[in-house]
Design a binder for this molecule. Structure first.
Ligand SMILES: [Zn+2]
Length: 197
């Protein structure tokens, strides 16, 4: 009995490889990430061995979890941090419907904003806006974005004069607080929250 505990403790949290011996069925009940051959329990995967001393189950938990990084085709949400005449820089904070802790940098080029020609980036987004976009390229770890689809574009826009939330009205955006009128390329679900459905 003392030996069992010792062997279990030795394996706890230990990095194991596929085919590595974890123990015998007299000691443990094989659980996820393991297989048994001739009464011996082996790891099936690369991971950390976690024996449960109360239930006497032994499992191996995968070491590598899929990192949350934008991919080509991902729909992302971010805050516009800087706007130039032909580019806008976006700090991506959401991939799909999941918020991410790390912030990735995205770039929206003027040719990827609309299906039609856009004269100036300042008619599309402003710093501080929240935009939804698709990742179209990830060359050199820079995520190039597109807002061409009608579902994509600005989700929240703020008045550059008073900071109020702009409301879409006919072809332009209107500030109910100060009456300012601005332009944006808004998403279909403008102002309806960040999470879909
Ligand atoms: Zn205003």
């Amino acid at each position: 009995m003392g030996q069992v505990t010792k062997s279990a403790q030795q394996k706890t949290g230990q990095l194991v490889l596929p085919g590595e011996r974890l123990g015998v069925i007299e000691e443990f009940v094989p659980d996820t990430g393991t297989f048994v051959k001739d009464g011996v329990i082996f790891s099936q995967i690369v991971g950390r061995a976690l024996p449960d001393l109360a239930t006497r189950r032994i499992s191996v938990y995968p070491l590598i979890r899929e990192p949350r990084v934008p991919k080509i085709g991902s729909t992302v949400v971010g805050e516009v941090s800087n706007v130039q005449s032909e580019n806008a820089v976006v700090r991506i904070f959401q991939i799909g419907e999941k918020l991410i802790s790390g912030v990735f940098g995205g770039v929206l080029h003027i040719s990827d904003v609309h299906l039609h020609y856009v004269d100036s980036m300042f008619d599309v987004v402003k710093a501080g806006d929240v935009v939804k976009a698709n990742v179209i390229s990830d060359k050199n770890q820079v995520f190039h974005l597109s807002t061409k689809d009608k579902e994509l574009g600005v989700l929240y826009a703020f008045c550059s004069r008073c900071g109020g939330t702009l409301e879409p009205r006919r072809q332009a955006m209107h500030c109910p607080r100060c009456g300012n009128i601005e332009n944006r390329k808004i998403a279909l679900d403008y102002g309806k929250g960040l999470v879909k459905d």
